[in-house]
Design a protein around this ligand. Structure first.
Ligand code: 3HC
Ligand code: NAI
Length: 697
């Protein structure tokens, strides 16, 4: 008998307790243990019914994702589940925690299911680029009807127990001790001589004959580029149209297709990457952390307001400091409006608006920050203002308080030097809108203490962020790489491409929008003002990229907010419309620069937009500005919309394009242009020579 599933008995009930921490994933030993346990109790005349329950924090949370792609070992999950379904003894699955994926599928092989009120269950395989491959696509529709099951599998959402009960996914919710409740339920069923109810014997309710066509239409935009959602629809269609065993065969085929796809490989990689990114190599998990009970934020503008909302959403009281009552009122008004809009859309309860607002205390007085455990500065982006603020913080903040800056481009080490406690200073680079965007680049200064890093990484998760630790360099990781795409996009425009052509290539690759549509959304004037601040010498250091951008801004075309930029907009509709006037500006610019415009292929656009980013990623890795290539991928997927089914720039380079292809293309463009921009990073050269990947660094 394996330790992964422990057998015991209570009266005439046989109990199988799964014991595979932390989440009872269905490793080979668990599958074998369940099958053997069900068979053994099946033959045991002292057992009348079986309860299957998870030990520890959850029922089975799914297949063991690390086993995918490895040679199969142990019994197949489908065999385990049919052994349960065909058991001569009645089986009750007792669900707590998060029965997900193969976990819920296993439960659907039981004859009955009970759960705690707090249980959240679901079929989230879609997030791994997969579909439920152990009968979930055939059994769930039989319980809930096709429409609900489709929605559950396409969203992958966690279904709360009361909803699961109302849909017939669980039969009863038990309060208190789950095992006791499950045993009582089994005894009750035995007393009633309840049948061994097999979900496979039920028929599927198809609510509307148009369900599948309509669903395909409704997901078209969101599921663009993904494979799994489309296959999920096909499996449910099979559940409706085919007998159970044939439906299962169809499920297997469509599952295998996904399992071997590069999209699923990327998404499974990403699942672990996101978890790994939260870990810091030289800061052990047991590093003592500082306690964060209250926060402070300096500046109630675009970023400060959003950051304050993150604190309030997590129930952490925060003091918001500004220079004038007017700025403070403006900031609070924006926060309130954001909350009220969320409540109107049903995203939060109306009464919670006041509760969250009550957690944000406005102030004009630095003394109000003296008890704050973490203080985040989000004032104007100039070193002079940061200097004033950090000197002041050094005076008022209590010893041990963490002092963070949200700067997007200034030197965190210099900012730290304005205090007598640089070890307590760290960068927390939020992305706009800060209350929405999940990515948080935490910037480690040269003096930042390890416990400050540990505290900030875990606090980031508490306020709902996905944190990645980066080093001090211009633009940190995300914006530094983005710049490479921007430079080449500008050059390609001067050489012959139009914004709409470049944007289409980037969009078709899977980004939510291309660089020009993005610039129009963010405001073209931001970069224009920065360029105006630079002197002519700085401009000439590298070939200037702002010729077209400047001409566009000089006409007041700041983007969506002014109704025109690289595109025209018929506001309030935000669809970008190509504009002949912009085409004229671009052509004139090329002429002025003495460039004869030429047709640029989509392939060239893709390579010139994305390969320099990978090359910059290599430099970032080599300089230690990111800990691992996966950190760079997490930044790009979360902060900039790199399609997750392509894994992120570094995974894509490693596994789809190949480093040698990228290296050789860089040389080709270098030789054609004579531009040192294209020089492959030393690390890239080295890895190509050694036949290794970024993931090996
Ligand atoms: N396989 C292998 N490892 C898993 C795992 C799984 N299914 N689920 C979680 N883990 C690991 C995590 O990597 C992490 O490891 P670490 O401590 O070494 O970093 C550890 O378990 C704890 O996970 P979290 O940090 O995510 O813990 P949380 O408490 O925040 O979340 C959870 C728990 C909700 C269960 C979350 O881990 C999760 O969503 N897991 C994935 C669930 C899932 O997708 N299941 C379906 C799998 S595919 C499938 O079943 C196919 C089937 O249809 C055939
Ligand atoms: P903003 O101009 O919207 O807000 C800045 C606020 O700081 C203003 O309300 C201003 O009154 C206040 N302020 C100025 N000096 C102050 C002082 N001495 N004390 C207290 N308050 C003061 O600017 P935004 O966009 O919020 O940017 C703030 C910081 O966040 C900058 O460092 C910026 O680089 C960074 N950042 C901005 C992002 C963005 O997309 N806007 C993204 C990531 C970082």
């Amino acid at each position: 008998m394996s330790d992964a599933v422990i057998r015991s008995k209570e009266g005439r009930i046989g109990i199988l307790t799964i014991n595979n921490p932390p989440v009872n994933a269905l490793a080979a030993a668990v599958r074998a243990g369940i099958k053997e346990g069900v068979e053994a109790f099946g033959q045991d005349s002292s057992v009348d019914a079986i309860v299957l329950i998870g030990g520890g924090r959850t029922f089975i949370a799914g297949a063991d994702i690390r086993e995918f792609g490895k040679p199969p070992s142990g019994p197949n999950l489908n065999d385990v589940i049919s052994t349960m379904e065909n058991s001569p003894k009645l089986i009750v699955a007792a669900l707590h925690g998060t029965p997900l994926g193969g976990g819920l599928e296993t439960a659907l092989g039981a004859h009955y299911r009970v759960s705690l009120p707090t249980t959240r269950m679901g079929l989230p395989e879609v997030h791994l680029g997969l579909l439920p491959g152990a009968g979930g696509t055939q059994r769930l529709p039989r319980l809930t009807g096709a429409k609900y099951a489709l929605d559950a599998m396409l969203s992958g959402r966690h279904i709360p127990a009361p909803e699961a009960k109302s849909k017939g996914i669980v039969d009863a919710i038990v309060e208190g001790d789950l095992l006791k409740g499950a045993i009582a339920h089994a005894e009750m069923l035995l007393a009633q001589k309840a049948p061994l109810r097999r979900v496979r014997d039920l028929t599927v309710n198809l609510e509307s004959p148009d369900l599948f066509a309509e669903t395909e239409k409704s997901i078209a935009r969101k599921a663009r580029g993904f494979k799994a959602p489309w296959n999920i629809i096909k499996t449910v269609q099979a559940a409706v149209e085919l007998p159970f065993d044939e439906g299962m065969k169809r499920e297997r085929e469509l599952f295998s297709e996904l399992l071997t796809s590069s999209e699923s490989a990327a998404q499974r990689y990403y699942f672990f990457a996101e978890r790994e990114a939260a870990k810091v190599k030289d800061v052990p998990a047991d590093t003592p952390q500082r306690e964060i009970k209250t926060g402070g934020i300096i500046g109630a503008g675009t970023m400060g307001g959003g950051i304050a909302m993150n604190f309030a959403n997590a129930g952490v009281p925060v003091t918001l400091l500004e220079t004038s009552q007017e700025a403070l009122d403006r900031g609070l008004k924006t926060i309130r409006t954001n909350y009220e809009n969320t409540a109107k859309r049903g995203g939060m309860k109306a009464e919670d608006v006041e509760k969250r607002m009550a957690l944000i205390t406005p102030t004009l007085d630095y003394n109000a920050l003296k008890d704050a455990d973490v203080i985040i500065e989000a004032v104007f982006e100039t070193m002079e203002v940061k200097e004033v603020v950090f000197k002041k913080l050094d005076e008022v903040a209590k010893p041990g308080a963490i002092l963070a800056t949200n700067t997007s481009g200034l030197d965190v080490n210099q900012i730290a030097s304005y205090t007598k406690r640089p070890g307590d200073v760290i960068g927390m680079h939020f992305f706009s809108p800060a209350n929405v965007m999940k990515l948080l680049e935490n910037v480690r200064g040269k003096a930042t203490e390890k416990d400050v890093i540990a505290t900030v990484m875990s606090f980031s998760k508490k306020i709902g962020k996905i944190p990645v630790l980066v080093g001090v360099c211009e633009g940190f990781v995300g914006n530094r790489m983005l710049r490479m795409r921007g430079i080449q996009s500008a050059y390609m425009m001067e050489e012959g491409a139009l914004p709409q052509q470049i944007d289409k290539v980037v969009y078709d690759y899977g980004f939510p929008m291309g660089p020009f549509a993005m610039s129009d959304l963010a405001g073209n004037d931001v970069g224009w003002r920065i360029r105006q601040g630079k002197n002519e010498k700085e401009k000439r250091n590298v070939r200037y990229t702002g010729y077209v951008a400047d001409a566009i801004c000089e006409l007041g075309r700041f983007g969506q907010k002014t109704g025109s930029g690289y595109y025209k907009y018929n506001l309030p509709d935000r669809t970008p419309i190509p504009d002949p006037e912009v085409e004229k500006i671009i052509e004139e610019t090329s002429k002025k620069l003495g460039i004869t415009r030429r047709a640029i292929s989509d392939q060239e656009i893709l390579e010139r937009a994305l390969y320099p980013m990978v090359n910059e990623g290599a430099k970032i890795l080599e300089e230690g500005m990111a800990q691992r290539s996966l950190d760079i991928d997490v930044i790009w997927v979360n902060g900039y919309g790199w399609p997750v089914y392509r894994g992120g720039p570094m995974w894509w380079a490693d596994n789809v394009v190949g480093l040698k292809t990228i290296h050789d293309a860089l040389l080709k463009y270098r030789d054609a242009s004579g531009d040192p921009f294209w020089e492959p990073a030393p690390l890239l050269k080295k890895l190509v020579q050694e036949g290794k990947k970024f993931s090996s660094v």
